[in-house]
Design a protein around this ligand. Structure first.
Ligand code: UDP
Ligand code: MG
Length: 328
């Protein structure tokens, strides 16, 4: 009998959370030889999500909930779930039922055939705006160009089944600035992409906005490749060489012909161009510096306030699998 843990990060999901368990369980109970348990991670919701989770976990033996001490973001919430999962595999699903539970059976099938990471691949981005789609295209194109050692999977999100091997590998990566999508790719192992259609949210509203996505993209870029820094070096070299040639040209013109050209427009354009490039380069360096700043503090990825009604206190320097928290 296989045991699979379903991890569900929840942030302000009071409208949908009651629907989740019955809707998913209906499909999972049909999968033979497999026992499922659920870990709901309450990511510092400000609504009644936690109360609802308490009720759900009280009503069902196979449901556990972790409640984080504040909103840490989906990436950290997923990690909390992964740390506490005890199954032979985990499946990460959104609370809003956008990830169709009927796909799980297929995921389990491929896992049993030996794949370690069975990921759901979105077949349509229909529900998304033109802007979001275009930005996603640019992001994937840039990442593909820059990251030479491994390729970022396209249109693949967090909806996936991960074997214990992947889970243990992910647990080794305790970085604070988490870009889980990249981490999944970094881990490697045998991946299988299976198509699924993203449903509209069952209820409630999405917490993602353009700024959040931009931030995520920047995080992805800076935590997985230093290529932008290299690019700036090339730009610097190119501009310097260009400037050198132009200088020679101007000098020659002045010496040979005593060229009396007024330099104002040229000077201004060159100065603005150089100023812009320098600011851009500084910005890029700043992004990386920010990453170093955050990582150097070695803060925990999340803090747990409560597990199944027990108030928790964080004990540092223990391996998370041995429960780095204990009842107060
Ligand atoms: N989520 C979370 N913490 C956050 C934001 C979102 O745990 O800070 C959860 C949310 O409850 C949902 C999942 O992450 O289960 C996906 O969020 P959402 O549906 O808002 O994003 P979208 O599906 O629009 O990308
Ligand atoms: Mg959603």
């Amino acid at each position: 009998m296989d045991k699979i843990t379903i991890i569900v990060p929840c942030y302000n999901e009071q409208e949908v959370i009651d629907m989740f368990y019955p809707a998913v369980q209906e499909h999972l109970s049909k999968i033979p030889d497999c026992k499922f348990n659920y870990i709901f991670v309450n990511d510092g919701s400000r609504d009644a999500t936690l109360e609802k989770l308490r009720a759900i976990s009280a009503a069902h033996d196979d449901v556990t909930y972790l409640s984080l001490s504040r909103n840490f973001g989906k990436e950290s919430a997923m990690m909390a779930g992964i740390d506490y999962a005890d199954g032979d595999a985990v499946i990460i699903m959104d609370a809003d039922l956008q990830h169709p539970p009927e796909t799980v059976a297929e995921m389990v099938k491929w896992w049993r055939e030996g794949y370690d990471d069975v990921c759901g691949k979105r077949v349509d981005r229909a529900g998304e705006t033109w802007l979001k789609r275009t930005c996603a295209n640019i992001f994937y194109a840039v990442m593909k160009k820059f990251s030479t050692s491994y390729e970022m999977q396209r249109d693949v999100g967090d909806f996936r089944l991960l074997d214990r091997r992947c889970i243990e590998a992910l647990k080794l990566m305790r970085e604070n600035q988490r870009f889980t999508k990249g981490l999944f790719t970094w881990v490697g192992y045998h991946k299988k992409e299976i198509p699924f259609e993203v449903r509209p949210r069952a209820a409630g509203t999405t917490t993602w906005n353009f700024l959040a996505l931009f931030n995520l993209a920047m995080k992805g870029m800076t935590s997985f490749t230093t290529a932008p820094l290299r690019l700036m070096t090339f730009l610097g070299i190119t501009v310097s060489c260009g400037a050198m040639l132009y200088m020679l040209f101007v000098l020659a013109m002045a010496l040979l012909y005593g060229d009396p050209v007024a330099g104002y427009p040229t000077l201004l354009t060159v100065m603005l161009f150089l100023g812009g490039t320098q600011l851009l380069a500084l910005g890029i360096i700043g992004e990386y510096l920010g990453q170093i700043f955050h990582e150097s503090k070695h803060r925990p990825i999340y803090l747990i306030d409560e597990i199944d009604g027990e108030r928790m206190i964080y004990v540092p320097h223990r391996v998370p699998t041995e429960r780095n928290t204990h009842p107060r």
